[in-house]
Design a protein around this ligand. Structure first.
Ligand SMILES: NC(=O)c1ccc[n+]([C@@H]2O[C@H](COP(=O)([O-])OP(=O)(O)OC[C@H]3O[C@@H](n4cnc5c(N)ncnc54)[C@H](OP(=O)(O)O)[C@@H]3O)[C@@H](O)[C@H]2O)c1
Length: 309
């Protein structure tokens, strides 16, 4: 299959404009056809600032492109991604792929039926500072024995003045588990085997603490919120095992540079006809962990925890 050349962005919000749109407009090897959003005027306005045109319908947008880049709430993204894949468009989706497993499974089925390539934009995994650290961690584990555990704290601060995500309805409803959880899992799943079982507990506001049991016995813990007070946000992660304890470094690149790498890798996967390691099936497995944690949290407290006497 030829590498996709023309991209359309589905979404007109902050991330659609400033990450997906800008990265595609600046990319030397692809063309930005424009934007679709449920508000046509907004799609036209974003296109006039970034590039391409504003499409009135999803059909028109799909007609104009070889690939879609989706920056929409996850429950809106998943059915549109499945539809785009079935129309033969390659997929550059954002995290999380969906808010339920059935919708995520359908995206995977659509990519398999049509043979299109897919990549999920896991921000950290497209930054060289992070990928070279992960490669070093993998070599250390090969030499000295597998990692035994990991801890990841991800704190967003959407209530801090000026946050572009303050009005994001899906974040308010679904919280840090679904918004920050994919980032934390992108690191933990790069270091430890697949997750087999989860338990979870609630904290203040949307905060949740998730305990993960990985195949083979390793364990990890995630502490997630998107409403951390000012000064209490940010992320950190550590991994430990026979090769000692190691902390995740910061990355120095921009999200737009990472997105451009995701575009390159989607194009490579389409051209070579091979699944990308971070394809829709990977994104589906991330949703499976989050959905299991959500299921646990949705149980009455008496059923999911033991009272302290
Ligand atoms: N990888 C990263 O680091 C990163 C960072 C930021 C965001 N993201 C991801 O990008 C995606 C979008 O995030 P966001 O912050 O832009 O989300 P958002 O602010 O909640 O929503 C963005 C867009 O979704 C549209 N929208 C909402 N409900 C819709 C519906 N029912 N039908 C059609 N359009 C609808 C909004 O349209 P209106 O303008 O008409 O309201 C807006 O254009 C999410 O998956 C998020 O996780 C990823």
């Amino acid at each position: 299959m030829a590498a996709p050349r023309t991209f359309v962005v589905l979404g007109t919000g902050h991330w659609a404009e400033h990450c997906h749109g800008r990265a595609l407009a600046d990319h030397p090897d692809v063309e930005l056809a424009g934007f679709w959003g449920r508000d046509h005027g907004r799609a036209q306005a974003v296109a006039s600032r970034v590039g391409g045109r504003g499409f009135a319908t999803v059909e028109e947008a799909l007609e104009a492109a070889d690939a879609v880049a989706i920056a929409l709430p996850p429950h809106v993204q998943a059915p549109l991604a499945a539809r785009a894949a079935r129309a033969g468009r390659h997929l550059l989706v954002d995290k999380p792929l969906a808010l339920d497993l059935r919708a995520a499974d359908d995206v995977v089925a659509a990519t398999r039926e049509s043979g299109v390539a897919s990549v999920v934009y896991m921000t950290y995994l497209f930054q060289p500072d992070i990928t070279s650290w992960l490669a070093r961690m993998s070599a250390l584990a090969d030499q000295q024995g597998p990692w035994e555990g990991a801890l990841a704290r991800w704190g967003g601060t959407i209530d801090v003045p000026g946050s572009p995500y303050a009005a994001s309805a899906w974040r308010r409803e679904w919280g840090g588990l679904w918004d920050c959880g994919p980032h934390a899992l992108s690191i933990v799943l790069s270091l430890l085997p697949p997750v087999e079982r989860v338990t979870a507990a609630r904290g203040v506001r949307d905060a949740v603490n998730v305990a993960l049991e990985h195949r083979g016995g390793a364990g990890s813990a995630l502490s997630l919120t998107l409403t951390a007070p000012e000064g209490a946000g940010g992320s950190f992660a550590s991994v430990w095992g026979p090769a000692g304890r190691h902390d995740l470094p910061r990355f120095s690149g921009t999200p737009q540079e990472g997105f451009a790498r995701a575009v390159d890798q989607l194009r490579g996967a389409a051209e070579e006809g091979r699944p990308h390691p971070l394809d829709a099936a990977y994104a589906r497995d991330v949703v499976a962990v989050l959905a299991a944690a959500q299921l646990h949290l949705d149980r009455p407290a008496a059923e999911r925890s033991t009272p302290v006497g």
